[in-house]
Design a protein around this ligand. Structure first.
Ligand code: SF4
Ligand code: SF4
Length: 281
């Protein structure tokens, strides 16, 4: 019998905290970030300026029409729980609106850093849950605890932490972990694919178990009906990728934002920690 790809780990509660809770946030993504119309946002907007659709209670005025308006950027965005963490825990429920400009700017900077740290945590927690990665478990646990501590520090300390140094260490271990998972399911069954052929590629219900798609540009490709056990999607661009009838329940290193950007249906199977987007229904 095949060994399970994933198993439970001690950080499930922490992973739950990395899901967005917009009702506990002060619209940080809709304010702190730069965004452009060409990426599926309502207009070109400078970082630090609130979106014109952001209401005074931080809800979105056009939330129910985002799909209709084709605002894919708004629909897909996911902050890994940084918004509520920064609003409620780091700034004790205060909103940028009530702050002097320099303090509001600090809050935006902290949000961007916490987003990056939470994204790293997301991958580390999944890595620790991978059966094939247990030889790295001490290193993974050490990194999770270190980053958790960093996120619990003061705004000044969060802003001065060396995220690039974390990234280098984490990228290295995630690469090793991804390779171990790929080997554990028999490696790339299709052989080495030419990356330039991923864009818009029809995979024809292939068995892509163990395939390494990390950082691959797979926009508008067709993975419908494919077998994707232990397939590595770390950082892959899945915008408009068709995941209908595909089984991703044992794929690795997927994020909610990738899923939100892709197309799927009620038969698409997802890992337990990811949610089926409303617009797939
Ligand atoms: S920053 Fe996160 S929690 Fe806040 S509104 Fe945006 S997605 Fe929601
Ligand atoms: S349209 Fe709504 S969800 Fe999109 S940035 Fe503006 S307020 Fe946020």
């Amino acid at each position: 019998m095949d060994r399970n790809i994933h198993m439970e780990n001690q950080f499930e509660d922490l992973r739950a905290q990395l899901h967005i809770d917009c009702g506990k946030c002060c619209g940080l993504c809709c304010t702190a970030l730069y965004f452009s119309k060409s990426e599926g946002f309502p207009s070109n907007k400078k970082a630090g300026k609130p979106c014109p659709n952001l209401l005074s209670d931080f809800r979105c005025k056009i939330h129910s029409q985002l799909s209709q308006e084709g605002l894919k950027g708004c629909i897909a965005y996911d902050c890994f729980g940084a918004g509520q963490k920064v609003t409620q825990m780091i700034y004790s429920g205060s909103a940028w609106k009530t702050m002097p400009p320099d303090r509001a700017q600090e809050m935006f900077d902290v949000f961007i850093r916490v987003y990056q740290l939470h994204q790293i945590l997301w991958y580390l927690i999944e890595a620790l849950s991978l059966t094939a990665a247990q030889k790295h478990k001490n290193e993974l646990k050490g990194l999770i605890l270190k980053i958790q501590t960093t996120v619990g520090n003061s705004p000044a300390d969060i802003c001065s932490c060396d995220i690039e140094a974390y990234r280098k260490r984490v990228n290295h271990v995630l690469k090793e972990v991804g390779d171990s998972v790929g080997e554990s399911v028999g490696g790339n069954k299709t052989g080495k694919l030419d990356e330039s052929e991923y864009l818009g590629r029809q995979f024809g219900k292939a068995d892509l178990s163990g395939q390494d798609f990390s950082m691959a540009l797979m926009i508008a490709s067709d993975l419908s009906g494919c077998k994707l056990r232990g397939t590595n999607f770390l950082g892959a661009d899945l915008r408009d990728t068709d995941l209908s009838n595909a089984d991703l329940s044992e794929s690795i290193f997927l994020t909610q934002m990738q899923i939100n950007e892709a197309k799927g249906n009620k038969h698409t199977r997802l890992p337990d920690w990811l949610e089926r987007p409303d617009h797939w229904k």
